[in-house]
Ligand binder design. Structure first.
Ligand SMILES: Cc1cc2nc3c(=O)[nH]c(=O)nc-3n(C[C@H](O)[C@H](O)[C@H](O)COP(=O)(O)OP(=O)(O)OC[C@H]3O[C@@H](n4cnc5c(N)ncnc54)[C@H](O)[C@@H]3O)c2cc1C
Length: 234
């Protein structure tokens, strides 16, 4: 049996997290059988303290951490590449539940959103030890996440992102999820890691798993990196 605390303030949620509890947003990962989050006793429901809003602010699209994949898909001013990225989550039932903040926080090597958001140059507003802070998504991913609470994601409005996901079926785990922009190439390679440049993609240790052999994934990744860069520069 798990206990769930309903947080009413950011500081309260963060203190509970520091004591070993885990944030609970959409719950699609936490409540999944065999979840990567593991068996935790205490959950912090952060839904009432996180923004559920998508808005344009200056030259940015600002998406509240509690916004679901389906809400991004249905929002009239989500850029086409972002709509394509959230639609990689094939199940509408799951899209209704899963939040953008939860997806980023998992830092999975088959993340639906991380490669495209990295390519866009997105940054996060977070709440942590030093209160409110803004950090580039790239730094967050490099650290493999952190204990801070993600409050929102800011995406430059005028960016062009090209992306592609490779999996056996729309609902299977992806062997490769890759995106490119004028910032470079970013990719999640299942069982192998997250690469933040072509150089890192070349140096990854590609491992065999149910999605394919390491050799297959390396071939796909390097071929697709070149193709996507051409698409972005066309
Ligand atoms: C059948 C199935 C298949 C899936 N396949 C994939 C897949 O291929 N790729 C993929 O990326 N995901 C997959 N998922 C996982 C999941 O649906 C997504 O990652 C989802 O976006 C997680 O969001 P959530 O709001 O449900 O997170 P939750 O389950 O609520 O939380 C997940 C983790 O994120 C943390 N968290 C949540 N919100 C925040 C926040 N605002 N700040 C900091 N930490 C936070 C939680 O503490 C927890 O550790 C799958 C899930 C299921 C059930």
């Amino acid at each position: 049996m798990r206990e769930i605390f309903k947080a009413s303030e950011l500081q309260e949620a963060f203190s509970l997290k520091e004591k070993g509890a885990v944030y609970f947003a959409g719950g699609s990962e936490i409540l999944r059988l065999g979840s990567s989050v593991g068996k935790v006793k205490s959950l912090i429901d952060v839904n009432s303290i996180l923004s559920h809003e998508i808005k344009k602010e200056g030259g940015f699209l600002v998406i509240g951490a509690a916004v679901t994949f389906q809400e991004i898909l249905e929002c009239g001013f989500s850029p086409e590449w972002l709509r394509k990225a959230v639609h990689l989550m094939a199940s509408q039932a799951l899209r209704n539940q899963a939040t953008i903040g939860g997806n980023i926080a998992c830092v999975r090597d088959d993340s639906y959103l991380i490669p495209s958001l990295l390519a866009s140059g997105a940054s996060l507003t977070v709440y942590g030890t030093r209160g409110l802070a803004s950090i580039p998504l790239e730094d967050y991913v490099r650290k493999g996440g952190c204990s801070c609470l993600i409050l929102s994601v800011s995406i430059p409005s005028d960016v062009k992102v090209a992306l592609k996901r490779f999996s056996r079926s729309a609902s299977s785990h992806s062997a490769l999820n890759i995106a490119a922009s004028s910032r470079g190439v970013f990719a999640c390679v299942k069982s192998s890691g997250i690469a933040l440049s072509v150089d890192e993609l070349e140096k990854l240790e590609y491992r065999d798993d149910i999605t394919g052999s390491g050799e297959y994934k390396k071939y796909l990744a390097l071929e697709e990196a070149g193709r996507l860069m051409k698409e972005v520069n066309a």
